[in-house]
Design a protein around this ligand. Sequence first.
Ligand code: BG6
Length: 459
Amino acid sequence: MLLPSLCALNMDGLLSPDLRIIGTARSELDDDGYRAFAREALEKHLPEERKPGIDALLPRLSYQALDANDTSHFTLLAEKVGPVGAGLAIFLSTAPSLFEPTIAGLTAARLVDGKVRIGLEKPLGSDLATSREINDAVAKAFSEDRIFRIDHYLGKETVQNLLALRFANLMFEPLWNAAHIDNIQITIAETVGLENRAGYYEGSGALRDMVQNHLLQLVALTAMEPPLSYEATAIRDEKVKVLRALRRIECDDVVTGQYRKGAIAGEGVPGYDEELGKDSDVETFVAIRAHVDNWRWQGVPFYLRTGKRLAERRTEIVVTFRQVPHSIFPKANARLQQNQLIIGIQPEENIQLSLMAKVPGLDRNGVRLRAVALDIETPEAFSGPTRRIAYERLLLDLLEGDQTLFVRRDEVEAQWGWIDAIRSCWADNHMKPKTYAAGTWGPSSAVALAERAGVTWHD
Ligand code: BG6
């Protein structure tokens, strides 16, 4: 994600001519070795139209081998970087245990001075306590306005479009509340499985891998009050209020699952336990009925779910409005369906509004109605602009110092606080994930979670 994004930005002339990119990890490589590694990765991961940009990116790259637990190695890195006065952005993608030593090393080598910014890739801890430790360690060297916590969902065009939809149109905001909305569903469904990440995923599970960050950020953007402006503090102030208003979850409000073998798009796939090579209690699916306890959302359930090896890859927000208070149409052939606004985030980017419409005819037996969709296919509406991957936007914002699409400390900590309560409820009740066949929409109890309240998941 990082090298392809930098390659695309470079190709489009968006990187300063002086920008140098220094990779660092434990592997013993020299500059040429790193460039060869980068070329191979870029050839593999870039779309065809971006490949001509590879040659121009490589001269910007260099490399310094470094063991984060050895402070002396940071001196070598500092020599490679040179004076930081001209500007430096550090991007840390490490195991949680390495944040502290890395910050200590960077500090000792004076790589944190002045206006140096730091981007932090998840996982930022595994619970509130460890997240605080990391945040404290980083705060010793960087003020909050220089810390850029990544949630790559915020870099997605369609996620940002949620703000445009809500706050650049008059018609939704007056209806965007408990008086007019019956329920909201947010789904992040994936078809991929473990993807060779067993070590990480076993220590995380779907709740911490997807709900703590991506799903809760979607909840915050969907539920927040109108911010004063499209500006970092204004937006983050409103998001954190939502995160703090999340009601503590009861165990009955959560279903977890783990996939067993099945088929996705006609292809057989192994179960999680088979991929892992042992039994495990780690959840690969979570469904939650959540509530935002504030004036606007009182009584509106937010159904959230995410899982691996589900029936299809689909991220969407579905807003179901309340039923009209009284139907003037004959009930027998005009069963009114509630209006739904469906915001497709990926793979399809679209916004659909389902409306009741009259079926054409002479209506000798009474008016007939049917739900029809008003559909905006975003890529078709905007054929000009290039579709960019989330990290292009986020890396450019990091280089330019715009924090709007990054997560503030209070947001991350509110997210962890809510997640920790769910995990302690699982532990107290010895909850184990239910199994589901790969290629389905998760365990049947997830369906029941919504249906108990007369709600159907939008599958
Ligand atoms: C990552 C998770 O944050 O997001 C992965 O660690 C997940 O497990 C990925 O697959 C999903 O991202 P996207 O952009 O493909 O929806």
